[in-house]
Ligand binder design. Structure first.
Ligand code: XIL
Length: 393
């Protein structure tokens, strides 16, 4: 229980670098001797989730570090109503070896979220890239595993993991990144596809529904705004349904790049899903400002040069921040236009210092989110709030 001694309650500004801002205060409640003082950080800027006003869920991906970091927890709880675990529910963590399930981190995540009234998105039951499926899945001793064995293992995995949190999670990313990148191929060329074709995706949805009947089931992928990939996404949704399997939503990862947000493609996707009566979640939103497109061009020949490219090591220039804000505003205006379709918008990480884009695909100082490294709201934050507060025409 939190103790409140009103006479002794002290309010002070946090003495962290760059934090002398009126939106951030800490209130310390002195405790009895022997009991650690509790510090409650009070933030005074507007709240994202309040500005959204229930039109869709406002989410963020975090890991368990937030639980022991009061300043981060304050941002989380002020702005978001939904959380996605960044890594701890992935297959390599939950079942690194066949039959050895590890739930310490995921259990702690779920119990923290429940205590704080946060809805939970499970991520993810099956990440269909070869490097994200533990190797044991496809082995039977020294021989390759049969399709039947792989399917059986998939069922065990999904029923164990989704079953453990039955009734506690609002949504599950059931299958992640199964569509191929090239326009010619339909599904990513993996052991999954070679052994089972589309069947492994369809079965995953069936197993997930059985294990946790009330969770909203999502197919999640990146760059579905590209016409070729959108076509495949539509095919997949139709195919899952034709086989009588349950799919409720598609997830657009939304790892956008500064100056290159594919607004038209996003709108085409939203329209297509509206027609198919499938919900859409923006599942992993961020905006890379040290853009990565060139990393993949010309057979990777720029990678060595780019691996030393780190243009904004301390501050992100104000003009970049302003333009980023305008791009975020345009994106949220588009999202609001489709609020009947959009179920949730989730940022991938809480603040710039935590973004995975500081490491992928090379190490650099990135600035992709609404909060900076000192947890201060950026111009993009103000722009998103303003867009959310502007009546839709
Ligand atoms: C990333 C995490 O952010 C990293 O910490 C981890 O090292 C790799 O995975 N698409 C997804 C997410 O579906 O699970 C990925 O998360 C980012 C890309």
């Amino acid at each position: 229980m939190k103790r409140v001694h009103s006479l002794m309650r002290v309010t002070f500004f946090l003495a962290l670098p760059g934090m002398m801002h009126s939106h951030l205060m800490a209130e310390e409640t002195p405790a009895s001797p022997g009991v650690a003082p509790q510090t409650e950080i009070v933030r005074t800027e507007k709240s994202l989730k309040e500005a959204v006003a229930k039109r869709f869920k406002m989410g963020v991906s975090v890991n368990n570090g937030v639980m022991t970091h009061p300043a981060e927890a304050a941002v989380l709880l002020r702005h978001f109503d939904t959380v996605t675990p960044e890594n701890c529910m992935k297959m390599n963590v939950t079942q690194p070896t066949e039959g050895v399930f590890r739930f310490e981190e995921a259990d702690a995540f779920v119990s923290y979220a429940q205590k704080n009234n946060l809805e939970i998105v499970g991520h993810t039951l099956l990440w269909a890239r070869p490097e994200n499926t533990p190797e044991w899945f496809f082995k039977d001793g020294d021989a390759p595993a049969s399709a039947e064995l792989v399917l059986k293992r998939l069922e065990t995995h999904i029923s164990t993991v989704a079953g453990r949190y039955k009734g506690k999670l609002a949504m599950w990313d059931v299958v992640n990144e199964a569509l191929a990148d090239s326009d010619e191929e339909y599904l990513r060329d993996t052991e999954w596809t070679r052994l089972l074709g589309e069947e492994y995706i369809i079965k995953s949805f069936e197993y997930a529904r059985k294990a946790d009947p009330d969770a909203l089931l999502i197919y999640n992928d990146y760059r579905c705004d590209r016409p070729g990939k959108l076509k495949k996404l539509i095919r997949l949704v139709q195919s899952i349904r034709a086989k009588g399997a349950p799919i409720d939503a598609i997830g657009l990862q939304a790892h956008y790049e500064y100056g290159m947000i594919p607004f038209e493609g996003i709108e085409a996707t939203l329209q297509a899903m509206r027609e198919l009566k499938v919900k859409v979640v923006f599942s992993e939103l961020d905006m890379d400002v040290v853009t990565r497109q060139r990393w993949y061009e010309d057979d990777g020949k720029h990678q060595e040069e780019l691996s030393k490219f780190d243009p904004y090591p301390s501050e992100c220039p104000p003009e970049v921040l302003e333009s980023q804000a305008a791009q975020y505003a345009r994106l949220f205006a588009l999202i609001l236009k489709y609020e009947d379709v959009v179920e949730r918008v989730t940022f991938w990480n809480l603040h710039d210092g935590q973004s995975w884009l500081n490491d992928w695909p090379w190490k650099r100082h990135n600035h992709p989110l609404l909060f900076d490294r000192n947890l201060r709201p950026k111009p993009a934050f103000d722009a998103v709030i303003e867009t959310l507060e502007t009546p839709v025409q």
